[in-house]
Design a protein around this ligand. Structure first.
Ligand code: PEP
Length: 263
């Protein structure tokens, strides 16, 4: 079983002082929620704040959690106003980067090709990427969701070596569940996660597929995290709205820890 990961994606939320205050608030909330030690219980915790905060935040966190970025550019260093590269993130103390989020694909016209390039750059920079995939409601209702997700994963990872792939986490995030309050049922999540694992098996071999961490994202919250994480192919969560509140996020972390190490 892959080590569980609970990753928070703050998107475009919180001012810097709020981000600073969050660190101690989360530590307290984790203790109150029954966290005994994330290291001992086999659960990784990552938070991705807005990019301008990353360098200072990485220093403040000082290894207590993993520091994530929400994006890196596909361009090489040079004349690209407003862009930043994976190397730049790594030089600021960033550990992980979320790539291919549906909001980036929609708001910034990021294509599978852009995502494949970003993934290559992230791996070369020593970052651990979380590759997002997931279908729209229209796509699911038309029955094309498996083909859609398969296309996204194949386009991004087909050229990766086994060593590269062993450093990639996948997040299945059905677009119809993101920020809507509508969560995929455990049956829908498990079915798609098992399918994603089978795609990775076809592309990169069964051993790698079973070791790959596949997160669920889309209105995951304290009230549904435990049942989602109990699905055999769900290895944690990518959390949006509920990651903004330390108490909610801590409850989700503890749900993952309980799944990883039932007592
Ligand atoms: C996300 O956008 O990655 C996400 C999962 O958001 P939410 O939890 O708010 O649905």
């Amino acid at each position: 079983m892959a080590k569980m990961l609970v990753a928070g994606n703050w998107k475009c939320n919180k001012l810097f002082n709020e981000a600073q205050l969050f660190v101690d608030a989360l530590k307290t909330a984790l203790q109150n929620a029954g966290d005994t030690s994330q290291k001992d219980q086999g659960c990784d915790v990552m938070i991705a704040p807005p990019s301008p905060y990353l360098a200072a935040w990485a220093q403040q966190i000082n290894g207590a959690f993993k520091v994530g970025a929400q994006h890196c550019s596909h361009v090489e260093p040079g004349a690209h106003t407003g862009d930043f590269t994976a190397d730049m993130l790594a030089s600021c103390g960033v550990d992980m980067v979320i790539l291919g989020h549906s909001e980036r694909r929609a708001d910034h016209a990021e294509t599978d090709q852009h995502v494949a390039t970003q993934l290559r750059h992230a791996l070369d920079a020593g970052l651990r990427p979380i590759l997002c995939c997931g279908e729209s409601l229209e796509c699911r209702e038309s029955g094309a969701h498996h083909d859609w997700v398969q296309g996204q994963i194949t386009a991004a990872t087909a050229d990766l070596s086994a060593a590269d792939m062993s450093r990639v986490d996948i997040a299945y995030e059905p677009i119809w569940a993101i920020g809507t309050g509508v969560t995929a049922s455990t049956m829908q999540a498990q079915e798609m996660h098992a399918f994603i694992r089978s795609i990775i098996g076809e592309l990169h071999g069964d051993e790698l597929a079973s070791a790959t961490r596949i997160l669920y994202g889309g209105s995951c919250k304290p009230s549904n995290a435990a049942e989602l994480f109990a699905c055999p192919d769900v290895d944690g969560g990518l959390i949006g709205g509920a990651a903004l509140d330390p108490v909610s996020f801590a409850a989700i972390v503890v749900a993952a820890q309980s799944t990883a190490c039932p007592t």
